[in-house]
Design a protein around this ligand. Structure first.
Ligand code: GRF
Length: 196
């Protein structure tokens, strides 16, 4: 299964996929990495000698123009699956409809709880004692697509946002690597999930 991974930040989830795909037994390979900015995580792709591209929103007159360029860059690689791993942009509907259900996202909360860009901070502010990770198919909404897998993560008293997010990320990268494995070997059928 060929993967194209989109990132915006440090890329710890990307690194987990790069390390997994270095194992000949793992049925998926990262073929390219894209970003909306000069993300620090692109260094992981360079270390693994995987091609990267950057499509910066502010270089375009509109979100739709940015989306069209991003889609063109993605489709150049003809990936089997696009993985948004800490990609902090909302994809325009035209991009989603061209790719779904072969596009998934990882979110640091138990959706539908705490959608959006500040899920970890929001969970802390809500005072919950359990949050978690969701891997889901991206649909036209924001963090609303059908869930592939979720796993809970405990919140401890006095957790800072960083401490909680690191605890979440340690579960997230395992869940994402496993979800891609299951998609690659057919245990998870994205078309079936999207049709729910
Ligand atoms: C991940 O927790 C992702 O779910 C969230 O931002 C974080 C990105 O981390 N949107 P990294 O860039 O993979 O280290």
């Amino acid at each position: 299964l060929s993967l194209l991974v989109l990132i915006s930040g440090g890329g710890s989830n990307l690194r987990a996929l790069l390390e997994a795909s270095s194992d000949a037994e793992y049925p998926a390979r990262v073929i390219a990495v894209g970003s909306d900015t000069d993300a620090p995580g692109l260094a992981h792709a360079e270390e693994f000698e995987i091609p990267t591209f950057t499509v910066v929103p502010t270089s375009f007159a509109s979100r739709d123009a940015w989306g069209a360029e991003l889609l063109e860059q993605i489709e150049r690689w003809s990936p089997d699956l696009v993985v948004c791993a800490g990609f902090m942009r909302i994809l325009p509907p035209a991009v989603v409809s061209a790719l779904t259900p072969r596009i998934i996202n990882t979110h640091p909360a138990l959706l539908p709880a705490f959608p959006g860009a500040h899920a970890v901070r929001d969970a802390l502010a809500a005072g919950v004692d359990t949050t978690g990770v969701t891997v889901h198919v991206i649909d036209e909404g924001v963090d609303t697509g059908p869930v592939i897998v979720q796993r809970s993560v405990p919140v401890y008293p006095g957790d800072t946002e960083h401490e909680l997010h690191e605890r979440i990320k340690s579960v997230e990268r395992e869940l994402l690597v496993q979800a891609v494995f299951d998609i690659a070997n057919g245990a998870v059928d994205l078309k079936e999930i999207a049709a729910r």
